[in-house]
Design a protein around this ligand. Structure first.
Ligand SMILES: [Zn+2]
Length: 569
């Protein structure tokens, strides 16, 4: 057992220490527990022993979120689970996804539905709660807010190539080298058929160098236009030949604008956005991570020439995303509701490209013939695209332009369910969940007041599962004679992931020292640690939260009625 500070709070210190209560607490039982004392005679000396608990133990299978943390912990202790706790964090048979019929064929013309678009009449409309409701409505896969930058008087010039070069010319740019193609086509290498995979090679440059490329690419196209006009006058057939040659282009991507010192005016300008769209806000799960996740809770910039492609994907852990086109050119977007992600996943499988980690560009005909509606629209300079939770999307630049983008996690039941579903799917596929959902869920419980019943139920259930997981593992480790060292978390400490399988490791860290001289420590999950040594030889167990700390957070996390929330303010 780890050493426990006693008394745990100043309030408790006022009362005399009761050794039995102390014992009960050290067992992970709460104050409300009543113990029955039985007088015992052992070796002629009278002692008291805790014999039975007055409160009956609830079987683990009957636990639900109505139970207290103490009841949950007691149930786990009594069960003496052998092997790993493998239950899901998701509330079984509880789903807030919209009901979309899959077996009813959609007429061809409805497979190209109009994209939900919003035209703001005034600046005030941007801050109306109706806009948040519309964007996060689970039925709306994507929303385009036309001319938002204009309505809010955002100075997008701060993100123009000229301004970026002036601000930080040496800043790193990741480059994707791609073949320019029409937006609705993706040809295989020998150009004989359309296909899904669209690999591109990666290299690096600077903002100044990419800016030069972007400008000269624009200049060239102006000259080509002039030339082709002249050619048309001379000989009309020749133009078709020049179009058929493959053109190689470079896409400047994932440019990190997270540093507030380097990008102060740019980041400040984005504070003019409505709260729910901002990089940081109170109801945003990504603001509760406690550290920077590049490109998610920080801004990324994209510098494009025509044909620059962002292949198909859902955002990390199905979070929402915000994208503003800086211009001067347009972008073309394709989007499919989350409901169809697995159908697209199967197309990727069929074409031998990994859905989660590979690069693919859907063949539109394949989607239509599978009865999948595709939103297709143009994002003009100043338009903001809101990608709702789980929406599959792919984007191509029509003209020369820059875009800025980041993720947000509005705390609603739909977003939370999808994030947790992807968290578990990632574990199956051994892909890292960029958002540490267990860590975030505990932070939500500690800091936010939840007024939506469905959201509350899901989070509370996830916390209960997390607590069960920890208690069972803890008891197994102690029973196996492992010592558990308490090491409280420090400010800005990141969430932990298993070194081998990338699963999030919460609270109980199984640590090995990889290099005894260099003092580098590596975190493992239970499975991977046991795979190395079933007895966990050489593994040190660190505990980041005391069980009663988690129990207290769990019990204090309650559904707050809206009137109650107002009173608190
Ligand atoms: Zn692992």
């Amino acid at each position: 057992m780890s050493s426990r500070a006693w008394p745990p709070s100043s309030k408790a210190r006022e009362r005399p220490v009761d050794p039995l209560k102390l014992k009960a607490l050290s067992m992970g039982l709460s104050k409300e527990l009543k113990v029955v004392l039985i007088k015992m005679d052992s070796a002629g000396r009278q002692t008291f022993n805790i014999s039975e608990l007055e409160e009956p133990r609830i079987p683990m299978s009957e636990l639900s979120i109505v139970n207290t943390a103490a009841e949950v912990v007691r149930a786990c202790r009594g069960e003496r689970v052998k092997g790993k706790f493998k239950e899901s964090y998701l509330l079984p048979s509880f789903c807030v996804k919209p009901k979309i019929a899959i077996n009813i064929p959609i007429p061809r013309e409805k497979l190209n539905p109009p994209t939900p678009s919003i035209y703001l009449e005034s600046k005030r409309d941007a801050f109306s709660p109706v806009l948040l409701q519309f964007c996060t409505d689970s039925k709306n896969a994507v929303t385009v807010i036309r001319g938002l930058a204009g309505s809010l008087r955002l100075n997008l010039g701060l993100f123009s190539t000229k301004s970026l070069v002036e601000a930080n010319s040496d800043h790193a740019v990741e480059v994707r080298t791609q073949v320019q193609q029409p937006a609705d086509e993706n040809w295989n290498l020998n150009g004989s058929a359309q296909t899904w995979p669209c690999e591109s090679s990666r290299s690096h440059t600077t903002i100044a160098k990419y800016a030069q490329y972007q400008a000269s690419s624009f200049q060239e196209s102006l000259e080509e236009e002039k030339e082709s006009e002249n050619e048309e006058e001379e000989e009309e057939d020749k133009t078709s030949d020049t179009l058929a040659t493959t053109k190689i282009i470079k896409f400047g991507t994932n440019i990190d604008l997270s540093d507030p010192k380097r990008w102060k005016p740019q980041l400040q300008e984005l504070l003019k956005l409505p709260a729910f769209m901002r990089v940081e806000s109170s109801n945003n799960m990504l603001s509760l991570v406690g550290h920077t996740i590049l490109g998610m809770n920080s801004v990324q910039l994209y510098m494009k020439v025509p044909g620059s492609r962002t292949p198909g994907h859902q955002e990390n852990n199905n979070f929402c995303s915000v994208n503003i086109n800086i211009g001067p050119g347009d972008c073309e977007w394709f989007a499919v509701h989350e409901h169809y992600w697995d159908a697209i996943n199967k197309f990727c499988d069929k074409h031998g490209v990994d859905y989660l980690t590979g690069s693919w560009w859907p063949v539109l005909e394949d989607l239509y013939s599978s009865n999948i509606p595709v939103y297709r629209f143009i994002q003009r300079p100043g338009d903001l695209v809101w990608i709702n939770a789980g929406t599959v999307h792919w984007v191509q630049a029509v003209g020369w332009c820059n875009n800025i983008a980041w993720n947000v996690g509005p705390l609603n039941a739909y977003q939370y369910q999808l994030a947790l579903e992807r968290f578990e799917w990632n574990e199956v596929k051994k892909v890292k969940s960029i958002v540490p959902m267990i860590h975030v869920s505990w932070n939500v419980a500690r800091t936010l007041k939840i007024t939506d019943k469905d959201t509350y139920k899901m989070i509370k259930h996830c916390l209960m599962q997390s607590m069960k997981h920890i208690q069972i593992l803890r008891d197994q480790l102690v029973a196996a004679g492992k010592k558990i060292f308490y090491q409280s978390r420090v400010k800005d400490e990141p969430a932990y992931y298993c070194n081998e399988c990338d699963v999030e490791v919460f609270n109980l860290l199984l640590v090995t020292s990889e290099n005894s001289t260099k003092k580098t420590y590596v975190v493992h999950c239970e499975d991977c640690a046991r795979a190395k040594s079933s007895s966990l030889a050489g593994v040190v167990v660190l505990e980041q939260y005391r069980m009663d700390e988690l129990m207290k957070i769990y019990d204090s996390f309650m559904l707050v009625s809206i009137t109650c929330k107002r009173k608190r303010k």
